[in-house]
Design a protein around this ligand. Structure first.
Ligand code: SF4
Length: 382
């Protein structure tokens, strides 16, 4: 576990919170902008490197504040340019962050929790159980670490990270305040300046928090649907028993209509062989989404040991896509990236500290998998 220093970690503070911080220590609010640029544009964590801050203030800051991201355990680069970081958070667990370059776009997939309590049946993150919410500093810290690894240039052009998806480990709406604070920093010009359309929160369907989200921030929304009817979704995504499809889609429609303009919902649908990939499921999905402005992202399942699920054949994937497409939907099939570094969609595992034995040892999911199955670890997370 990371030791607390008792100092205020400025990394996770929004501009407004930083202004309040400076007021509280008897300094001018404009200092917030200066510090944010040093932290997020230049990746600086040493107050002495901040050349436009006087020595007296630097000393004051050193006494009461710090800039501390999560500890980087590893960084891997795939042959296709995908990168993956494993970072250790204060609870002692590890989470993963993945960068996927594609043409002029670079998407960073960020985790919001260590483990997850929602236990979706096809998801390895869920199988680890829940360990901890990440702090705002640990969430934005993943962007900070990735940005630094590309060389931090504040210019608006040639930016490596153009898009962020809150689609890594965890259910972001169950760590609401910290996720919202981190997304504000992502979109702030003094932070990473990413447009609201290019910051996407993906949820499995925590209905009350979808409404709350619309009240506090304007970001794109993705729904992890995975099933076109309640009976099947109750099995695959158990939170559906609490917030069934009718209620969920109504909340999603309210969310995107509040945003105005021509915003659409992204539907994430993991295709599981003979479970949710038949023409009948496609027809049900067409009926379900008939008045939902959306684009659909199909994700062929990435198998992992003992999951009990299989990836559909390419023919079955194409057939499913064609049926949706003929009904007028914008449908893409997610291609697998970063497989050689276990960074493909659904392969985010991390290392979640066992809540019942947290002082004794970690559960190393990769080790467990290799011991029991002699296979590489993999998991499904969408
Ligand atoms: S799919 Fe998402 S919400 Fe479901 S268990 Fe996995 S991380 Fe949690």
């Amino acid at each position: 576990m990371t030791q607390s220093t008792g100092k205020t970690n400025l990394l996770g503070l929004t501009q407004e919170e930083l202004e309040q911080f400076f007021e509280q220590i008897g300094e001018k609010r404009f200092r917030a902008g200066q510090i944010m640029k040093w932290i997020h544009h230049f990746g600086v964590d040493d107050f002495d490197a901040m050349t436009n801050i006087g020595k007296a203030l630097r000393e004051k800051l050193k006494a009461s504040a710090e800039i501390r991201g999560p500890e980087v355990v590893s960084e891997d680069i795939s042959s296709d340019g995908t990168r993956k970081w494993v970072v250790r958070v204060a609870s002692g667990s590890c989470v993963e962050t993945v960068y996927i370059p594609q043409g002029s776009r670079g998407t960073l997939c960020v985790s919001s929790q260590a483990g997850c309590a929602l236990d979706c049946s096809f998801c390895s993150t869920g199988k680890q159980g829940f360990n901890s919410d990440l702090t705002a500093a640990e969430i934005i810290g993943q962007v900070w670490i990735a940005n630094k690894s590309f060389g931090t240039i504040p210019a608006k052009i040639d930016r490596a990270i153009t898009n962020v998806v809150m689609m890594g480990m965890g259910e972001p709406l169950l760590n609401f305040d910290n996720v919202v604070a981190a997304m504000k920093i992502m979109m702030d010009d003094l932070g990473y300046g990413i447009s609201k359309r290019k910051v996407t929160l993906s949820t499995s369907g925590v209905v009350p928090m979808i409404d709350k989200l619309a009240e506090v921030i304007d970001v794109s929304l993705a729904l992890s649907l995975h099933a076109p009817n309640d009976e099947l979704r109750n099995k695959l995504v158990p939170i559906n028993k609490k917030y069934p499809l009718e209620m969920l889609l109504a909340a999603c429609k309210r969310y995107i209509s509040r945003l105005g303009e021509k915003r659409v919902l992204t539907i994430e649908y993991t295709l599981l062989k003979d479970v949710n990939d038949t023409p009948q499921h496609a027809d049900e999905m067409i009926a379900l989404l008939k008045d939902v402005p959306c684009k659909i992202n199909l994700i062929p399942f990435n198998p992992f040991p003992h999951s009990g699920y299989e990836r559909p054949s390419n023919n079955a994937i194409r057939r499913f896509q064609d049926l949706l497409h003929k009904a007028g939907h914008n449908v893409t099939v997610r291609t697998t990236r970063g497989e050689d570094i276990d960074a493909a969609c659904g392969q985010l595992v991390g290392q979640v500290m066992d809540r019942t034995r947290r002082s004794e040892r970690y559960i190393a999911v990769r080790q467990l998998n290799s011991e029991t199955d002699a296979a590489s670890s993999a998991a499904n997370r969408t």
